[in-house]
Design a protein around this ligand. Sequence first.
Ligand SMILES: CC(=O)SCCNC(=O)CCNC(=O)[C@H](O)C(C)(C)COP(=O)(O)OP(=O)(O)OC[C@H]1O[C@@H](n2cnc3c(N)ncnc32)[C@H](O)[C@@H]1OP(=O)(O)O
Ligand SMILES: O=C([O-])CC(=O)C(=O)O
Length: 371
Amino acid sequence: MTVAKGLEGVVAVTSEISSIIDGVLAYRGIDIDELAEKASFEEVVYLLWKGHLPTRTQLDELKRQLDQYATLPAELLEQLKVYSKTGAHPMAVLRTSVSALALYDKEADDNSAEANEKKAIKLTAQIPTIITAFFRMRKGLEPVAPKSGLGFAANFLYMLTGKEPDRVAVEAFDKALILHADHELNASTFASRVTTATLSDMYSAITTAIGTLKGPLHGGANERVMAMLEEIGSLDRVESYIKSKLANKEKIMGFGHRVYKNGDPRAKHLREMSRQLADLTGDKKWYEMSTHIERLVDQEKGLKPNVDFYSASVYTYLGIPRDLFTPIFAMSRVTGWTAHVMEQYANNRLIRPRAEYTGPYNRPYIPIDQR
Ligand SMILES: CC(=O)SCCNC(=O)CCNC(=O)[C@H](O)C(C)(C)COP(=O)(O)OP(=O)(O)OC[C@H]1O[C@@H](n2cnc3c(N)ncnc32)[C@H](O)[C@@H]1OP(=O)(O)O
Ligand SMILES: O=C([O-])CC(=O)C(=O)O
């Protein structure tokens, strides 16, 4: 057997959803650079699920359904109140809450294409409500109910703060959601497909995916980037901090990638957004520290920033607390996960690789009294 450690280079499925070819990321064949500049998040969601861009009528209908399903079951809101007193991380709360949503959906175990399309909409609509309700309850505040007609990005910021956000914040946040929506066979998407391939249900697959995204080598890196920026604290401390981490062979969060070796095409958009928000807020510290780190890590290790690096400063400039960064990633990526779940059901085969056994052979069973 040849072992591909970490499954590097292994092509495990065929997919029509997103591609990374020669460092270019495309959703359904459309370059992410174009989508980031021209599309809205809802258009991208439709594109990922249906394979083509929506007409105005189709887009309005999707927005209507996202509004319709954004409210949470009352029982889950009660549960969230309990979770808000535990000190739990929002990703743990999101994982548990998405699993719990299945208990209140009569179609949870219906794996038909129609039921799965509806569940994809429900999950996408409800995750922002879970994140924001938990965030507010944790601060002793009442949750803010979703407001129809605001749009997905604006509604999240509204439910977070209780105030309608300004246009610049909405546009930046919408673009960040587009950039995070799908990414070929990344670890959490793969995990969701493994669960789906046993013919389990969509809620199980998305619960699996959230648990996988949470790790610091994947989506959890964005929160760690901000923790690092805060620990460094000022521009003049960047060089000694980074050089000493690298000398100790420690990883710098937000750098490196399994697939991109010459840079992640999403990072330039997030860098530019960080620059613009730094200008707008008049607080250039996080942006200047980030660009300095980027220069140093490239110079010392030849590593480039991934999607998680500049999203940290972007979300901070938008006033979003650090431990919501990965839940926000999940709130966008659930659209890609559900697209992959539906694609997997449509052409399923159990995913079951092999392991090369490296343990001992031919050992006798020793009775318990003789051990
Ligand atoms: C949305 C996302 O999931 S994007 C990725 C988010 N994760 C992070 O930002 C965490 C930091 N980055 C990493 O840990 C890695 O680059 C990964 C997990 C993203 C990719 O990992 P792999 O493809 O397995 O690469 P691997 O970890 O084997 O790294 C190869 C070499 O580059 C080094 N390296 C990779 N990333 C980094 C980093 N961020 N900082 C310092 N060194 C690094 C490794 O130490 C290793 O060096 P060595 O050959 O001297 O041992
Ligand atoms: O593709 C990966 O390995 C990780 C990543 O960038 C993503 O999930 O967006």
